[in-house]
Design a binder for this molecule. Structure first.
Ligand SMILES: NC(=O)c1ccc[n+]([C@@H]2O[C@H](COP(=O)([O-])OP(=O)(O)OC[C@H]3O[C@@H](n4cnc5c(N)ncnc54)[C@H](O)[C@@H]3O)[C@@H](O)[C@H]2O)c1
Length: 396
């Protein structure tokens, strides 16, 4: 079929297999060209099909020849309907990994559930024995609690007062004010339940109880801080409370891993266009201004560059550099004072009329369509494309 982007706000309901495969190959090419001095050997990536999780899987496999198991929640294709983007990404990743003789298998389902945890543990036990790293890179708006069956929804709201600021509709380029009402009722608690650290801890506890973690095991989860500008809706909002909880959980997990000399890390990553960040009001405008400055300064990175730097210059050094709260910082270039000063200045100036000049709206849009395999250079979108693609190592 001829596959075209079908967007609804920040969602795209179609994905292009060839475009997704080209994206994955480009990320693999980047890692191969850079190499890694040191890396993991047997890795479980939870949230492995898009964004930072996919980049972590690629960096592990093609940087240090790691065997990888990926867990994710993606929609398979059916006749006349494309799969979701993470499905095609994974199919391409596994095809490339298998060509090089690398072990790569995947599990598609709800990572929050006991069933998917049990299935993953079984696969590790049978195929890998013990693993030396878990990357926890889930981003989800909902979580069904495995014990109670209650379904919690996360929100992206300020706490205390409503928040008004500029935002952009990145499809039309219209810059306008948006007001977001403050959290109410159980919004904070629910968001912490979905995006906090409880599920990360449950995974590590289950793996440890099953004796599947090797000596000096590492686990890393991803967090975000961002500038003052977005604080009310991000770091001091409902999602920020969840990130606080996730960050505290790193200490609890490290404590529980003492016997095997294991350690849990938080890596604070840069703001990037992913399916998750596109959903957060205000952030797309911030990212389009940030991209403009970081590209001009020659310090722009995507997910793959970020994760390569995380492995090469942080996580696998003998002494892992962290901030005073024990977090790894690969948002260091985003947070540079000169970068933030320039973004804050542009923020004041940004209007519908000037955004395409003073910001990188085009870069934002390209990245957004690229997420789904569209607007990828070299892909012939007029060509008839088979939407039915198999993931070779998918565990049914
Ligand atoms: N995008 C950013 O700007 C940014 C910046 C810093 C930190 N982070 C953090 O990085 C992490 C990953 O975010 P991302 O932006 O790469 O997101 P993403 O949307 O690209 O990836 C989310 C992944 O989680 C999987 N997933 C979602 N729900 C699931 C479920 N119930 N069961 C199994 N898998 C499920 C998806 O299949 C996908 O693989 C998040 O913790 C996010 O807060 C993101």
């Amino acid at each position: 079929m001829i596959i075209e982007p079908r967007t609804r706000g920040f969602i795209c309901t179609t994905a292009h297999p060839t475009g997704c495969a080209e994206n994955v190959k480009a990320q693999i090419g980047y890692i191969k060209s850079k190499g890694l001095n040191k890396g993991p050997k047997k890795v479980l990536v939870i949230g492995a099909s898009t964004g930072f999780g996919l980049a972590s899987r690629i960096t592990s496999a093609f940087g240090s020849n790691a065997s990888t198991i990926g867990v994710f929640f993606e929609k398979p294709p059916s006749e006349g309907r494309t799969a979701s983007t993470g499905w095609y990404n994974t199919a391409a990743f596994e095809t490339e990994a298998h060509k090089e003789g690398l072990y790569a298998k995947s599990i598609n389902g709800d990572a929050f559930s006991n069933e998917i945890k049990a299935k993953t543990l079984e696969l590790i036990k049978t195929d890998l024995g013990k693993i030396d790293m878990v990357v926890y890179s889930l981003a989800s708006p909902v979580r069904t609690h495995p014990e109670t069956g209650v379904r919690y929804k996360s929100t992206l709201k300020p706490i205390g007062n409503s928040y008004t600021n500029k935002t952009v509709d990145f499809h039309t380029g219209e810059v306008k004010d948006i007001t977001i009402a403050p959290a109410e009722g159980d919004d904070v608690a629910n968001t912490v339940t979905v995006m906090g650290g409880e599920d990360w801890q449950l995974w590590i506890d289950a793996l440890q109880e099953a004796d599947l973690l090797s000596e000096n095991f590492k686990t890393v989860a991803y967090s975000y801080i961002g500038p003052k500008l977005t604080e009310p809706v991000y770091r001091k909002g409902t999602i920020g409370m969840a990130k606080d909880h996730l960050e505290e959980t790193a200490f609890t997990i490290t404590e529980s891993l003492k016997q095997i000399n294991g350690k849990a890390y938080i890596s604070v990553n840069k703001a990037l266009v992913t399916q998750s960040s596109a959903a957060i009001p205000v952030i797309p405008l911030y990212i389009s201004l940030l991209y403009k400055i970081m590209k001009r300064e020659g310090i722009h990175e995507g997910c793959i560059e970020q994760i390569h730097r995380l492995y090469q210059d942080r996580l696998f050094l003998d002494a892992v550099p962290t901030d005073e709260q024990g977090r790894i910082r690969i948002d260091d270039w985003e947070m540079r004072a000169d970068v933030q000063e320039q973004v804050a200045k542009l923020w004041q100036e940004a209007t519908t009329e000037n955004l395409s000049k003073i910001g990188d709206l085009e870069g934002y849009r390209t990245d957004f369509f690229n997420l789904f395999g569209f607007h990828v250079e070299g892909v012939d979108y007029k060509e008839d494309t088979n939407e039915i693609v198999r993931i070779p190592g998918l565990k049914e």
